[in-house]
Design a protein around this ligand. Sequence first.
Ligand SMILES: Cc1cc2nc3c(=O)[nH]c(=O)nc-3n(C[C@H](O)[C@H](O)[C@H](O)COP(=O)(O)OP(=O)(O)OC[C@H]3O[C@@H](n4cnc5c(N)ncnc54)[C@H](O)[C@@H]3O)c2cc1C
Length: 403
Amino acid sequence: MGAGPSAKPLHVVIAGGGIGGLTAALALAQAGLRVTALERAPGFEEVGAGLQLAPNAVRRLRALGLMPALERPSLRPELVRIRGAGDSAEIARIPLGPIAELRWGAPYLVIHRADLLGVLVAACKAHPAIDIMTGTEVVGFAATAGGVEVAARRGAETLRIAADCVIAADGVRSRLRERFGLGFADRPVWSGRTAWRALVPAAQAPDFARKLETGLWLGPRAHLVHYPLRQGDSINVVAISEDAWRADDAPDIWSISGDLTALSPAFARWSPDARGLIAAAPEWRRWPLFDRAPASRWTVPRVGLLGDAAHPMLPFLGQGAGQAIEDASALAAAFQGHPGDVAAALAAYQAARAARAAAVVVASRRQGAIYHLRGPMALARNLVMKRHSANQMLSRLDWLYGE
Ligand SMILES: Cc1cc2nc3c(=O)[nH]c(=O)nc-3n(C[C@H](O)[C@H](O)[C@H](O)COP(=O)(O)OP(=O)(O)OC[C@H]3O[C@@H](n4cnc5c(N)ncnc54)[C@H](O)[C@@H]3O)c2cc1C
């Protein structure tokens, strides 16, 4: 069922204008499809904070021609320095910088999520085959004779959009995943961990945090990650602790201010260096972390899942957005490999992605457990890391970054 060169391009509706949805829009349009991307929020203004973009993601963004636009808003950390939380002593380091680029074919970047979204929105708006609509929530779909009709709410209006295929890229709490029958039984489950996120103005941050490197501090039942953002003007700090959070603990969980060492006792006995960085944060935002099994099926006829909707993951490998970007490029390759044949393209997409994404979900969970070890187990972990050469540290990442 191939489409000839003069055939009308397939029309794909994407539900969700996050990193996954917008990367998919661009990749599909570059593969010759027509795309309508619908985003529920009224605009693409800032939510979130820093993102680490590993070489597996950056290689795909570069293939979409985005590298020049990413150059200015991103930074390239020279290494990851791993320290013990109690005494600040270095446990190990993983070289990045030019070594990452040589080994994995693309640099390791850090960027503000809003800046990455800005780059994607600009590229999508500049592409004639992409139509982006904000303030538009996808509420359902129905099969039609030759395709699918997507129902979307825009203010008081209900839009009905005819398409050949719909991609649900509506995030970790995907309603569409349930609506398409791809995940009723496995709702997101509270993981027992909270991520506290802050942006510290560089002028107020301790010297060690202003270096062009990613810091990873390991403590009992908690860890801390930091790296500079936006030409080094601010430091992105993420502190993850095990907590007894309940939904009714705080009415507005997104805007908790205060000293984290007071908010979460997990950090109270950390070294003065780590506590100094924590204390420098003007405001903390709290993200309860939810876990969910990856969808066992990613597609039903004319529908596919993408990004967190298909495979939400705990953030301990910094790969959620990276895997969404991998999905986007695999989806476009599947349509290129099966021109005009939605069923074959969706089947090829699922085959290309499901096992890989599930492996990253599992590895992310395991990484969290390793980071939060206590007592003798933590000592053993540190000893093993100390004994690893730089090359051994890098080779453990080949399966993830080299794919
Ligand atoms: C603390 C923390 C740190 C992280 N750090 C990293 C990192 O360093 N590197 C990394 O790669 N990943 C990281 N992640 C993960 C990453 O943020 C997510 O995996 C990624 O943003 C998922 O993108 P997405 O497009 O699938 O979903 P989302 O970004 O959630 O986008 C979904 C979009 O769909 C919209 N939407 C929802 N429902 C509808 C509807 N019905 N109709 C229309 N639109 C709808 C939403 O408004 C939203 O804009 C981190 C996550 C956390 C919590």
